[in-house]
Design a binder for this molecule. Sequence first.
Ligand SMILES: Cc1ncc(COP(=O)(O)O)c(C=O)c1O
Length: 364
Amino acid sequence: MFNDDVRKKDVKTPTIVREVWHNGEFISWDDARVHVMSHVLHYGSSVFEGIRCYKTRRGPAVFRLREHMQRFLNSAKIYRMTHPWSLEELSDASVQLVARSQIQQCYIRPIMFRSLDEEHPAFGVNPFPNPMACYIGAWDWGKYLGDEAIEQGVDVCVSSWNRLTPNSMPAMAKAGANYMNSQLIKMEAITNGYAEGIALDDRGYVSEGSGENIFLVHEGKVVTPPLASSILPGITRDSVIEICRTLEIPLVESGIQRAALYVADELFFSGTAAEVTPIRSVDRIAVGEGRRGPITERIQKAFFEITSGEREAPGQWLTFVNEHKSVAPQSNGYNAAQAREVRKAATNSSAGETVDAIHVTLTE
Ligand SMILES: Cc1ncc(COP(=O)(O)O)c(C=O)c1O
C-alpha cells in the first residue's frame, strides 16, 4: 500500500533569503507572487536554473555562475522567450541577492516565465501575447539526496518512465514543464522505497536521474551518456568531465545499456542539488562493493575541494560574492507596456538573447 512517509521526505531548508530579485529590483519574499491565471501555471511556460553558492574562506562563492546563466538564456531562446535581461545583469543580480542576504551558502533559483498582462489578458496556448517575468530567489539547501548519501551512496531504481524524446520536449532546455516527467520518475522511485529513479531514453539507453546526470565507472574508465540520450547538459557533469581530465582519469561520453548499470564497478550522480552522490544499488542489485567506490571518492573529493575554494579549479569557476564588481547596466524593470513592445518583436522573430554556447558537446 501507499506509504504516507514519502510525503515527509524533502530536502532540509534551514534558511530562506527574505528578498527576491524581480525584473530588475529587489522585493520582499512575501511580495513575490503571481496571478493564478498566468500562462505559466496552465501551460508550463517557464525556464529556470539551480545554482549553488558555497561557503569559502573568502566568503560566499557562486559556482559556475556564468555557465548557469548561459544555460538559462539558452533555455529561454529555445522557447522563443524574448526578454531584456542580459547574462551580466542576471549574474550581478544573483551575486547582489547573496550579498544583501549576508548568507554564507545557498541555492540560487532564477526563473523566467510567461505571466499575465492584467490589462490585456490572454488565456490561449499561444504564449506570445503574455509578458515575460523574471525572478531570482535563494535559500540554504541541505543535501538533496539525504545527509548520508554523499558518503554512503543511495539506492535507486530504473524508472518505468522514459526520459523526454528529443523532438517532443527538448531535454537540453531546463524548462519547468520537463519536470512533470521528472516528478513521475521521482514519485515512482520514492513510493517504492528508492531515493531516486534513473530514466532510460526513448531507445532504451540510460539517460539520467530525475534531477541529476549519471556516471558509470568500469575498469578504471568513467562513462557518461551523451547529450543525444536526452539529458540536460549539466554544469556539474561538465565539472566532473574537467575534473577527470585534471586527475587523468579516462572518460568517454557513450550510450549506456541498462544492464551495464548492474555490472558497473561504480556509479554516481552529478547535479547542482545532488553535487557528486554515489549510487550503491540499482533495483536492489549492489553496485560494486555496495558502497562509494575509489574513483567516485577521488572525483567527489576534488569537487568539494574546488567548491570550497581549497583547490584550484580548472577554470574560473567561483565568483566570490564579496569581491564581485557589478558591470551590467540594469534593464530598469520591465513593465506591461515594455512587455507588449517586446512581444511584438517576438512574434516577428525568434529573437532572444544570443549567448555563447555553453561548454558542452552538443552532438554525440
Ligand atoms: C534533469 C536534470 N538533469 C541533470 C541535472 C544536473 O544539472 P546541473 O549539474 O547543471 O545542476 C539537473 C539539475 O539541474 C536536472 O534537473
